[in-house]
Design a protein around this ligand. Structure first.
Ligand code: DC
Length: 245
């Protein structure tokens, strides 16, 4: 009975939450994806990992779209992208052209490609509408680099997660180890630093905290605590539509 009531309430808050988007930005390893999924699950919102969109474009440039120069291949791929973040059982899957590419998109080669294609203004423009459409039907949590600054600057509540670079590097090592993916620590460290630099200093929509974003330092606090801090702020701002969070 209790569980059914919980479901009804969630369905009700989903309906009322149409149009609410909660942006969560931050660098790689800041814990933003884990936090974003946690928030989406607690609220019954949709979730979009915008980094996966850039990864999907990188994946297509590398594997499918090989005609023309790098930039036009990337822009073409972004314009025709058919991508979805879908919950299956307990896991969120990245689905590209109907194919589950969740694991393939985590490859370090794709990480680098994603960072390169994300610096191309035509790619960013093509992905803007895609992201803006996501929150139309029901509430959505979207994580990325420019969600609060460029994609949804008018959101009433936005978050920016950050952590010391050494902590972020250790998290990336642990993540790859847990998935059994072989890696070279020195290469990975250099790679993360290079991507950080590129993401923060590119001309088009660089990674930065929106002035009105709530900043959370995650170096010394765990996932559960981050989630509680976020839900508390969400209740303060959206309490009237999110009764069961
Ligand atoms: O979060 P991530 O590591 O999966 O992101 C992959 C790349 O995509 C990253 O180098 C920066 C870029 N990105 C972006 O430019 N804007 C976003 N909103 C999300 C990711």
């Amino acid at each position: 009975m209790g569980a059914e009531k919980g479901l009804d309430l969630r369905e009700e808050s989903r309906r009322k939450s149409a149009g609410i988007v909660i942006p969560i930005d931050g660098p790689a390893g800041s814990g933003k994806s884990t936090a974003a999924k946690g928030v989406a699950e607690r609220l019954g919102f949709d979730y979009l990992e915008s980094g996966a969109l850039y990864r999907a474009v990188g994946y297509q440039v590398l594997n499918k779209n090989r005609e023309g120069d790098f930039e036009s291949r990337a822009v073409d791929s972004a314009r025709g992208l058919r991508f979805e973040c879908r919950k299956e059982g307990n896991a969120w899957k990245n689905v590209l052209d109907g194919e589950d590419v969740t694991d393939a998109l985590r490859d370090e080669v794709i990480s680098d490609m994603a960072s390169r294609v994300s610096a191309i203004p035509g790619v960013r423009a093509a992905l803007l509408d895609f992201q803006r459409n996501y929150g139309r039907k029901r509430g959505a949590v979207i994580d990325g680099r420019d969600i609060g600054t460029v994609v949804f600057p008018e959101a009433r509540l936005k978050f920016f997660l950050d952590a010391d670079i050494e902590v972020r590097i250790q998290r990336r090592f642990a993540e790859l180890e847990a998935r059994g993916v072989p890696f070279h620590p020195d290469h990975l460290r250099e790679d993360l630093k290079r991507r950080d630099e590129r993401d923060r200093h590119r001309a088009s929509a660089p990674l930065r905290k929106a002035e009105d974003a709530e900043e959370i330092q995650t170096s010394e606090i765990g996932v559960d605590q981050v989630l509680e801090v976020m839900l508390e702020k969400i209740r303060l701002v959206y309490g009237e539509v999110i009764e069961d969070a």
